[in-house]
Design a protein around this ligand. Structure first.
Ligand code: HEM
Length: 120
């Protein structure tokens, strides 16, 4: 149940991020609306909280929990790159956008493998 909620927030956060980058590029005036600024923070917080809830539910801190730390750090990297992708212009926007999507793929891989360094 909590896991599905977590996954639902993952889907919403990622899709909304892609939508906001496209809006920033093609209809930037829409980003000025208050709910446009607040909603992403609310959703990111809920994503983080459901993640923390899952950590306790699954008693994941009892074992090797490097992957959880990796997910949290990577999530902040995603948020940072996301901010750049929305604020920057020109090529930098797209570099940050690509970087943010790569970070998401990394997080999903870590979620499934439970290994921060699954690629080694
Ligand atoms: C953008 C951010 C995130 C993404 C894309 C993401 C993605 C996922 C995915 C795909 C799963 C399902 C894995 C599976 O079914 O085996 C999952 C589960 C989980 N996530 Fe996240 N997550 C994110 C953030 C977080 C954060 C910040 C935390 C910790 C504070 C966290 C903790 C967990 C835990 C403990 C599970 C349960 C693992 C299991 O029961 O197998 N997640 N996440």
């Amino acid at each position: 149940m909590l896991k599905h909620t977590h996954l639902l927030f993952v889907a919403i956060v990622v899709l909304l991020f892609i939508a906001r980058v496209l809006i920033a590029q093609f209809k930037p005036e829409l980003l000025a609306a208050k709910w446009m600024k607040i909603t992403p923070h609310v959703l990111a917080t809920l994503l983080l909280l459901t993640g923390v809830g899952l950590v306790f539910e699954g008693n994941w801190l009892a074992g090797d929990y490097g992957w959880i730390i990796a997910k949290i750090i990577a999530m902040f990297a995603f948020i940072g790159l996301g901010i750049v992708a929305i604020r920057a212009q020109g090529d930098n926007r797209w570099y940050a956008f690509a970087g943010a999507l790569i970070v998401v793929v990394y997080i999903v891989k870590v979620a499934f493998t439970k290994q921060a360094f699954f690629f080694l």
